[in-house]
Design a protein around this ligand. Sequence first.
Ligand code: NAP
Ligand code: MG
Length: 482
Amino acid sequence: MATLDYAPAPESRAILDLRSSYGLFIDGTFVDPLEGHGFKTVNPATEEVLAEVAEASAADVDRAVAAARRAYQQVWSRLPGRERGKYLFRIARLIAERSRELAVAETLDNGKPIRESRDVDLPLVAAHFFYYAGWADKLGYAGLGTAPRPLGVAGQVIPWNFPLLMLAWKVAPALAAGNTVVLKPAETTPLTALLFAEICQQADLPAGVVNILTGAGPTGQAVLAHPDVDKVAFTGSTAVGRSIAAAVAGTGKRVTLELGGKGANIVFDDAPLDQAVEGIVNGIFFNQGHVCCAGSRLLVQESVYQPVLDSLTRRLGTLRLGDPMDKNTDIGAINSAEQLGRIRALAEAGDAEGATRWTAECTLPSRGYWFPPTVFTGVTQAHRIAREEIFGPVLSVLTFRTPDEAVAKANNTPYGLSAGIWTEKGSRILWMAQRLRAGVVWANTFNRFDPTSPFGGYKESGYGREGGQHGLAPYLASEGSQ
Ligand code: NAP
Ligand code: MG
């Protein structure tokens, strides 16, 4: 059957007014860094420079933490919850109003398809602020005693895969609970955090309540290690998370770590297979697989292995890879040359260890960083591609015969962030969910997020929860505690 080709449907950049350079957002204003260093952030789909941003030094971190401390003591911790809530509602509304502009900035800086930044990231960002705005005057009902107290200054460091959404997950509960914030976005995706700083100004948020410091790893390290930071919140790799846990041990700082994952997506032979295939695709190819809770290990029951694989590869052949600003695009660019290198190296390890690589047919653009949707079959549990987080559009397929075997294989990982179950039996879903050692278990769906639902890991996926009522606890001290 002949198919109609897609006409290009590019989103316009005109709505976005980027400055050529950005300073650090400290105490309510953009300031130059004390040591005058800067770096460029690029569009990973084209390698075009988008803007120059400042690199915060330890001295800048001192300034930002001092501003956050002042704002905490003099203003924010003294405001009644309902007043803090008003600011958060205002921020949420501004995000909703400016969501198209923010989606364009996110897609340009990150490489993710505009369809995802517009339809997933931005609605969730606004929803997070709306949700926690509602909690600000109800903290006494959060299950932490009748008068829980904020902790003080929160140091927050986030990764590049959902830049503005990870900011929302951190900033919204911190402010709702009465803390002030110093946040460092990832080096390759600083732009939406800087636009968020503008939104804080637009919302007349008191100076110093939110401070945004751009920079690389050492800036993040300086923020989290600062002696006047009371609460450390980090999302990123397990290796860096481990070093942070070691650095803050014994300091009395409260810590939450949201780290890596190697989620199992488990398909039983009684599952609605067409839906399961859509769920597999969404589980690992959403956001180019740059998702901590990605369903990167497909566990499929042996009796339906071949039909699932045939249907999956057929479906992957229809995905459109290319310009992230095109509204037809399903698979965008890999966020950086460095990440592309990591994905390539792990895929090559898959080849070397004897797995079979299948790649969707697609033409990769000549500029930018790209990796085609890839499936490895013949994977065993010993293979690196079954154990290590690839953080890219690469699926490893394993099989199982019995539910016990599925549980054993799914749990055979140092991580414990997410899992998916595909079956028509409710009793099996519950049986599996009780046994899977994962912070989130999805049933007949995958990668579904909601601000009311807590999210977080077991084992090397970290500790603490973000989202929902649980997400307030890391930012509050209950009565009688220190
Ligand atoms: P990463 O290298 O650990 O970086 C995360 C953030 O930490 C970045 O802002 C980074 O700065 C900064 N950083 C680097 N070294 C640091 C140090 N020694 N001290 C303090 N901060 C430091 O991770 P990534 O590669 O950007 O992100 C991918 C990882 O995040 C994956 O493992 C993924 O699973 C995980 N993740 C987890 C969740 C979750 O909720 N569990 C959500 C999303 C992502 P630079 O950007 O300059 O390197
Ligand atoms: Mg960038």
